[in-house]
Design a protein around this ligand. Structure first.
Ligand SMILES: *Cc1c(COP(=O)(O)O)cnc(C)c1O
Length: 399
């Protein structure tokens, strides 16, 4: 950089709001308000644990762990081993590892079922010439994230009945895939699915990414004998967003580790986690297991009730409590109204909330034409704020 270049650079830097915009007040506030300087508005997350809204907030203890680790160098494989062992103990499973999310767990777990610990196969995947190249799934268990399974080069074979499942199994079958939240939709339930896998010697893999709390949703598939389970780290467990859990059989977890970073010539090299995510995830699991679930539940119920009470006076709107069956199994409020009479579609309501101040994100609810408010990612005072904004919007439209 020449002197004049440097001067120009410094002048441009000085012109950026980043330097002037300081977050908060008082001596503790040192960092600039990065969001303000970037012109990115923070949102009230009434949607739930969605990646597009950055899912959940990390426990403060997780942030402390990340900070602590950020000042040290380690041998990453040694840390991977130690963290995996500790998480396996805490969750009472044979083995565990921390991949960069439940999606990454699907890729490295599938790779493990295909390659085992064979270095030649690990290098060649997703070219599966001469290897097992099929994964069987119930048609009702297909989901967007099965792309992470298909990343390994396998073909998904869809079945519906138990007989079709048994018949589809052959020497080419690498794995049986199950989507935890779709159990009610499929003919073959967990117990039977696991029994078939065990009898036929094919590993079973259950994606339970978004299904805790309640804690039983995590421990149940493990106890039923699934060989692998994928869980999101950054949803209900409140670990780093770019971390997750792969739990299960020790030989498969070992093979999954060989299929990812720090090994460069692998399918999972792009699913890297560093020391911060590893230890952060471990701390999150510990906090998650120790939390007072009953107290949390009471607080979520209180938020739902306060919103329903606040919206009761709006004659054109019905607000009612519901709890999803599996996945995000926490109190929600569903909003229903006469779209034609009010001239307001769900998309328009969501857009108005998004455009307002503060900016609020909600998502459509399963029955078409309704919108839901999820209570569990709301921060103190936000349930009241959300209800107030909705009241204002409906109040302005006397249907
Ligand atoms: C969220 C989710 C994933 C992806 O989890 P990440 O931790 O974001 O990678 C995978 N499967 C299901 C069913 C999910 O809900």
């Amino acid at each position: 950089m020449t002197a004049s270049h440097r001067r120009g650079f410094l002048q441009r830097l000085a012109g950026l709001p980043l330097v002037g915009a300081w977050a908060g007040r008082g001596a503790a506030a040192k960092a600039p308000d990065y969001l303000a300087s970037l012109g990115v508005r923070p949102i009230i997350n009434g949607a739930g644990v969605y990646t597009m809204f950055t899912a959940s907030l990390m426990w403060p203890e997780v942030v402390e762990a990340i900070q602590q680790l950020s000042t040290r160098f380690v041998r990453i494989s040694e840390l991977h081993d130690a963290v995996g062992k500790r998480i396996a103990q805490m969750l009472n499973v044979e083995a565990a590892m921390v991949p960069s999310g439940a999606a990454a767990a699907l890729t490295v777990g599938t790779a493990a079922c295909i390659t085992g610990a064979d270095p030649d196969k690990i290098q060649r995947i997703p070219d599966l010439t001469g290897m097992k190249n099929e994964v069987i799934v119930q048609r009702t268990h297909r989901f967007p994230y099965d792309h992470m399974v298909r990343n390994c080069g396998i073909r998904l074979v869809e079945v519906e009945t138990r007989e079709q499942l048994e018949r589809a199994i052959g020497p080419q079958t690498a794995m049986l895939l199950f989507l935890n939240k779709s159990e009610p939709l499929g003919q073959v339930k967990m117990k039977e699915f696991v029994e078939i896998g065990k009898r036929r010697g094919i590993p079973t893999f259950n994606d339970a990414a978004a299904d805790v709390p309640p804690l039983e949703n995590l421990t149940r598939p493990i106890q039923l004998g699934f060989d692998l389970i994928a869980v999101s780290g950054g949803k209900g467990i409140r670990g780093p967003q770019s971390a997750g859990l792969l739990l299960g059989r020790a030989d498969l977890i070992h093979a999954a580790r060989l299929n990812t970073s720090p090994y460069s010539d692998t399918i999972g090299r792009s699913c890297k986690v560093n020391k911060e995510e590893l230890v952060g995830m471990m701390v999150a699991v510990e906090k998650f297991l120790k939390q007072d679930f009953a107290a949390l539940e009471r607080e979520w119920e209180r938020r739902a009730r306060s919103m329903i009470d606040a919206l009761r006076g709006v004659p054109t709107l019905r607000a009612e409590r519901f709890v999803p069956v599996i996945a995000n199994q926490v109190p929600h409020v569903r909003l229903t109204w006469e779209e034609a009479r009010l001239g307001l579609t769900p998309a328009q309501l969501m857009q108005q909330l998004r455009d307002g101040e503060p900016s609020i994100e909600l998502v459509p609810s399963p029955p078409k034409g309704t919108v839901e408010i999820s209570t569990w990612m709301l921060q103190p005072g936000e349930a009241e704020m959300v209800a107030r904004r909705i009241r204002e919007i409906f109040g302005a439209r006397k249907g």
